[in-house]
Design a protein around this ligand. Sequence first.
Ligand SMILES: [Zn+2]
Length: 167
Amino acid sequence: MASTLSKILHKDVTGERLREYPELKEFPDDRRRHKAYTAAIKEVAKRNHFPLLARLAFFSFCILGFSLMGYLGAADMLMRRTAAVALCVYILLELWIYRWAIPRVRQELRRMLDRHAYCCRQCGYALFGNASGRCPECGTEVAADQRRLILSQAEIGLEIGDRLGVE
Ligand SMILES: [Zn+2]
């Protein structure tokens, strides 16, 4: 039951998400896509305060506006119309935040894929500079395509270990 529910939740039914975030196609299955997607969103939210501040500003403005209208004794009709307009503005604001987040989430997903490419597919150990063709952590053999990637990286002497946030 729980697994069926999670399958449904993780399924990108309309394909909209995959169109919006083509990087997700690189992840092997729906569950991992969903995991990567939520992790990327969390990361973007952690690094940027713009969405939070925009919502806070909007709600502060609403509270202030409605308090003022109440204080001035505005008619019910006017209050209701203003509330409807505020709701529309809020929906637009959320859409705007969504659009704003897309390139940032995609960048985060690319970063995750990049990290993933150099890690042991079995245990996730970072394999930078690995020459033995075997993961020193769990002993799994490094796949040929991955070994080529690691070797090419070592050949051009890229120091990318420092930007590797191994989990
Ligand atoms: Zn390993």
